[in-house]
Design a protein around this ligand. Structure first.
Ligand SMILES: NC(=O)c1ccc[n+]([C@@H]2O[C@H](COP(=O)([O-])OP(=O)(O)OC[C@H]3O[C@@H](n4cnc5c(N)ncnc54)[C@H](O)[C@@H]3O)[C@@H](O)[C@H]2O)c1
Length: 383
């Protein structure tokens, strides 16, 4: 169903036809002409020149500046994204394409979408487009797409690292060394082997499956919850058991890993009540999105020891403010948002973004799995 605002927008650009989707017409009609493209990335400063493949930062600009400018397009890149006087906001009224990354997300609110009269395309250089008000984007007839699969290995590897860091109580040991201390007992009384533990992933899509695959040789009991059951042959290969009822799975797990997107259904999924269903002493890894958790409920559960360790790289909002409770809760192993922005990942999501821009200029379709909003419709897991 077309909403009125979208219909009006289509009428205004005169692209609606009787035989094809008006959204597709508008999108394909975008080909040709000089475009104003804005990229919002994190700034690298003194690190920018340390690696020629450091493409994901403002200075690296995804490595597409020359390519864009040679075709007559304007390319503006900034890290200044917050508030009504940010550089991003200065460009909102006349940009055609906005590229951003989940690592330093430009929050594309309904208000910004309303002001962005020329906007056609929102690209996420990475995975996870929850920084965009997807409903508002759909109503405005925008296309939202991400580089699906680009950093899934990077995140799955990082999750395995975080599981081991928590299970072995690594961080306090490292801190002892830094502080000139030596106290084996202070680490050992709560350090375990991973073998034999029950690990449950909530979300078993691309990252969840790669994590299960990587966990298999550790001889754990593997469980997964998802809205979709994995194909039986792959499930057998992974050695993971499907748990249809999330709340029934939670008390069984020694370790829980979050691997689902942030959607209207998953926002705040781990509130006080659901955290109470977790086994006492559980370890939690969350590289998915900070807002899937109730921030204070996690901090409280870490304080009481109900959650014995929490690690992840995603926060709400980002960058995390200095007074974010997760910086100060006990037994955490948090980092800034880094898992999906390894150099290898950057090369892949830069190439994927370039490919989609190229298709956009030519009026061609994107790979189907990349679409988050297309022709006024959200991808199924966001609905
Ligand atoms: N920290 C990082 O650097 C980083 C990098 C990439 C992705 N991510 C996050 O990880 C998420 C997952 O990435 P992916 O590539 O595995 O995505 P994916 O789409 O392949 O998998 C997501 C899985 O979650 C399931 N799911 C969605 N909603 C659900 C619900 N309400 N209940 C149960 N299951 C549900 C889907 O069925 C799917 O199997 C992304 O959406 C993103 O937020 C983080």
């Amino acid at each position: 169903m077309l909403r009125t605002s979208a219909k009006n927008a289509i009428r205004a650009v005169g692209l609606a036809g009787a035989d094809a989707s008006p959204f597709a017409r508008r999108f394909h009609g975008s080909a040709g002409g000089s475009k104003k493209i804005v990229g919002v990335f994190y700034k690298a400063n003194e690190y920018a020149t340390k690696n020629p493949n450091f493409l994901g930062c403002v200075e690296g600009s995804l490595g597409i500046r020359e390519w864009l400018e040679n075709q007559g397009h304007q390319y503006i890149v900034t890290d200044d994204k917050e508030g009504p006087h940010s550089e991003l906001d200065n460009h909102i009224p006349d940009l055609h394409v906005l590229i951003t990354t989940p690592f330093h997300p430009a929050y594309v609110t309904a208000e910004r979408i309303k002001k962005a009269k020329n906007l056609q395309l929102l690209l996420t250089a990475g995975i996870g487009s929850d920084h965009v008000d997807l409903k508002a984007a759909a109503e405005a007839g925008l296309t939202v797409a991400e580089v699906t699969g680009s950093n899934v290995v990077s995140v799955a590897e990082d999750e395995l690292l975080r599981i081991l860091v928590l299970v072995r109580n690594f961080v306090p040991g490292y801190q002892q060394v830094i502080n000139g201390e030596w106290n084996v007992a202070a680490i050992a009384y709560r350090a375990y082997d991973l073998e034999g533990k029950t690990v449950g992933t909530i979300g078993a899509g691309r990252i969840g499956k790669l994590l299960l695959q990587r966990l298999k040789p550790f001889n754990c009991n593997l469980l997964y919850h998802d809205r979709i059951k994995i194909d039986p042959a792959l499930e057998k290969e992974l050695g993971a058991k499907f748990e249809e009822d999330l709340d029934a799975m939670l008390p069984k797990c020694d370790i829980v890993v979050i691997n689902m997107p942030l959607t209207e259904k998953t926002r705040g999924l781990f509130d006080k009540e659901r955290i109470a269903k977790l086994k006492k002493g559980v370890l939690v890894v969350n590289n998915a999105r900070g807002a899937i958790m109730d921030t204070q409920a996690v901090a409280d559960a870490c304080a009481t020891g109900h959650i014995a360790g929490y690690s992840g790289d995603v926060w709400n909002p980002q960058p995390a403010p200095k007074d974010h409770p997760w910086r100060y809760m006990p037994n955490h192993a948090m980092t800034p948002h880094i898992s999906g922005t390894t150099i290898d990942a950057q090369l892949r999501y830069a190439a994927g973004t370039k490919d989609m821009l190229d298709r956009f200029f030519k009026g061609e379709e994107f790979p189907p799995q990349n679409y988050i909003v297309k022709e006024g419709k959200l991808a199924s897991q966001y609905q």
